[in-house]
Design a protein around this ligand. Structure first.
Ligand code: NAP
Length: 308
C-alpha cells in the first residue's frame, strides 16, 4: 500500500479524495475542553488529528469514537472515507501510561509508540504519522525519522510529517529523508509572519501545511486590526470579521497554490459547524480584496515589529 504513494503527491484519503481542508484536533488541557470526536464525525469532519502523549490526547477514546462512527449505519462511513493522523511524542512530552519504556532506544520507542497508536485507534494502518516536535538534536530527529520511514516501508503508515518545524529543521529532514515529509503542522502565528518561509518551502516541495492556534486570542487581535484596515480602505465584507479574516487567509494561501489546512479542536457543535465552513467562500473573494488583505497583513507585521 505505502509503495503506491508518490513522495511528490499531496496526501489523499484511502478513497482517493483529497485531505479535507479542516482537520479535527483532539487535544485537551486546562484551556481546552475534552474533544468530541464522535460529534465532529457526525458534523462532517473526516480527518482526525491526535497524538500518543496522554498529557493532552487520548487515542483510546478517539479510537472508540471512530469505531462507533464506522459502525453507525446512519452515518454510512467507511474506513477509506477517514484520514487518521497521530504522532510520535518524545519522552519529555509523555505521561502515564507511556507509549514505550523509558530505557528503550529511540528506534524502539518509535516502533512501540506507533504500534500502540494503531491498536488504540483500531486501524491496520495510520494515514499519517507525525513527529510531535523536533528532538533535542538534529541527529536524534533524523534517527526518529528513519524509524518512522521503517514503519512506512512496512505499510504501517501512508504519509510522514513533522510538527513545530522551522525552515532549517524542515529542510534538513527533507534533504536527507528517503521518505519525504508530506505534512508540516505548525502554530500559525503572526509572530513569524504566519510561517511565510515554511509555507514557501511547502509550496516548492508539495508539502501540505496544517495550521493550529488559528482560534487563539492573539489571532483574534490580529484579525481585528487587519479587518479594521480593510474596512478603512472602503471594502464591505459579509459576516463576522474573524470569519472573514479566516476566509481571506485560506484564499490567500490557495491562490499562492499552498495546500493549507486548519486543525481545530472545538468541543462545541455550533463552533464545529462554523469551522467546517471555513474556506467554503474563499474562491469567491475578489483578487483586489486579497491584494488589500495581504497588504494590511504586511502593514500589521511591520507595525508589530517596530513596537516589539
Ligand atoms: N503538533 C502540535 O504540536 C500541536 C500543538 C497544539 C495543537 N495541535 C493540534 O491542533 C488542534 C487545535 O489546537 P489549538 O491549540 O489550535 O486550539 P483549539 O483546540 O482549536 O481551540 C482553542 C479554543 O478555540 C475555541 N474555538 C474553536 N473554534 C471556535 C469558534 N468557531 N468560535 C469560537 N471559539 C472557537 C475552542 O473552544 P470551544 O470548544 O468552546 O469551541 C477552544 O477552546 C489540537 O487539538 C491538536 O490536534 C498540535
Amino acid at each position: 500500500m505505502a509503495s503506491m504513494v508518490s513522495e511528490f503527491q499531496y496526501p489523499v484519503l484511502l478513497s482517493g479524495s483529497p485531505l479535507p481542508i479542516r482537520i479535527y484536533g483532539t487535544a485537551f488541557g486546562p484551556n481546552r475542553p475534552v474533544p468530541h470526536v464522535i460529534d465532529a464525525l457526525r458534523e462532517g469532519y473526516r480527518a482526525i488529528d491526535t497524538a500518543s502523549t496522554r498529557k493532552v490526547h487520548n487515542e483510546v477514546s478517539d479510537g472508540e469514537d471512530i469505531a462507533t462512527a464506522l459502525q453507525d449505519a446512519k452515518m454510512a462511513l467507511k474506513r477509506e472515507d477517514l484520514f487518521i493522523q497521530t504522532k510520535f511524542a518524545p519522552a519529555w512530552t509523555q505521561a502515564e501510561p507511556w507509549a514505550f519504556d523509558v530505557g528503550d532506544d529511540l528506534q524502539t520507542q518509535v516502533y512501540k509508540s506507533a504500534l500502540r497508536s494503531g491498536t488504540a485507534l483500531k486501524v491496520d494502518a495510520i494515514d499519517a504519522y507525525l513527529l510531535l516536535q523536533p528532538m533535542g538534536t538534529m541527529e536524534e530527529t533524523r534517527m526518529v525519522w528513519q524509524a518512522m520511514e521503517d514503519i512506512y516501508h512496512h505499510g504501517g503508515v501512508r504519509y510522514l510529517g513533522i510538527c513545530k518545524a522551522d525552515l532549517p529543521v524542515l529542510a534538513s529532514i527533507y534533504e536527507k529523508a528517503t521518505v519525504k515529509p508530506s505534512i508540516v503542522q505548525n502554530r500559525f502565528t503572526h509572530r513569524n509572519q504566519y510561517d511565510k518561509l515554511v509555507l514557501d518551502y511547502c509550496k516548492e516541495h508539495k508539502i501540505c501545511y496544517q495550521a493550529w492556534g488559528v482560534f487563539s486570542e492573539e489571532n483574534k487581535a490580529v484579525a481585528k486590526a487587519v479587518m479594521g484596515d480593510i474596512h478603512a480602505r472602503g471594502f464591505r465584507v459579509a459576516g463576522a470579521d474573524f470569519d472573514f479574516f479566516l476566509q481571506c487567509i485560506m484564499a490567500m494561501n490557495q491562490r499562492q497554490a499552498v495546500m493549507f489546512h486548519i486543525v481545530d479542536g472545538s468541543s462545541n457543535v455550533e463552533h464545529m459547524r462554523q469551522n467546517l465552513k471555513i474556506g467554503a467562500e474563499s474562491a469567491s473573494i475578489g483578487d483586489d480584496l486579497i491584494v488589500a488583505f495581504r497588504d494590511a497583513l504586511d502593514q500589521y507585521h511591520m507595525r508589530a515589529k517596530s513596537t516589539a
